[in-house]
Design a binder for this molecule. Structure first.
Ligand code: GDP
Ligand code: MG
Length: 198
């Protein structure tokens, strides 16, 4: 459990807005351990692989997006979830390959859920105050759809342990992930906390 890993990408807008340090700080101070990090310029092909590591992602995201249009009383551009996701994916490829991204692997107990909590909900308009997306960005689906682009939400974070494993192997070679001990792990995880008092 203490070795759970998750993938975080600081998307091109996060790099351009000089938020790399601020974003890393938020994950780092939680107690999670940075196990790998690099700056890369991605390709459309790689981004398509990234979003489709879960074979159900196209259907689920398409259905979710159609529902969110209808909940707002809007007509979706298509009733076919796969057509909707094709549009999303086209926009995501342009967005994610537009400049350098920072790819990171964070490790620790409940890494996937802790990172999602710190990151905040997908749409910045409704993500909670105190989360990275809630604090640093003001985009919405309404604006990004009207402009025919992906919503700019600074970060990608894996949605489940299974998704994390697949995404990490897509972005990192095994030797790029470092196994090491962090001294603070003793206070985070040690059962007896002995060796502190003199
Ligand atoms: P995440 O894991 O929080 O990034 O969210 P998802 O995996 O559900 O979606 C991935 C990406 O698809 C998001 O970052 C958005 O760019 C896009 N997306 C997801 N849902 C919607 C939606 O309802 N409307 C629009 N316009 N884009 C969406
Ligand atoms: Mg996701």
């Amino acid at each position: 459990m203490k070795k759970e890993r998750t993938l975080v990408l600081i998307k091109p807008d996060g790099v351009q807005r000089s938020l790399i340090g601020e974003i890393i700080k938020r994950y780092e101070r939680s107690g999670l351990k940075l196990a790998g990090m690099k700056m890369v310029v991605s390709t459309a092909e790689h981004i398509e692989k990234h979003y489709t590591v879960d074979p159900e992602w196209r259907r689920i995201t398409g259905e979710k997006t159609i529902k969110s249009y209808k909940d707002k009383g809007l007509q979706p551009p298509s009733e076919d979830p796969l057509v909707i996701t094709d549009i999303l994916l086209g926009n995501l490829k342009k967005y994610m390959a537009s400049g350098p991204v920072i790819a990171m692997v964070w490790q620790g107990v409940h890494a996937v859920k802790i990172v999602r909590k710190i990151t905040g909900g997908t749409e910045p308009l409704t993500s909670d105050v105190g989360t990275i997306r809630g604090d640093f960005v003001l985009d919405s689906y309404q604006l990004s759809d009207a402009d025919g682009r992906a919503v700019r939400n600074l970060i990608h974070a894996s949605g489940s342990v299974d998704e994390a494993e697949k995404e990490i192997s897509l972005w990192f070679k095994p030797e790029e992930i470092i196994n090491y001990r962090l001294v603070q792990e003793q206070i985070l995880y040690d059962v007896n906390l002995d060796g502190i008092l003199e």
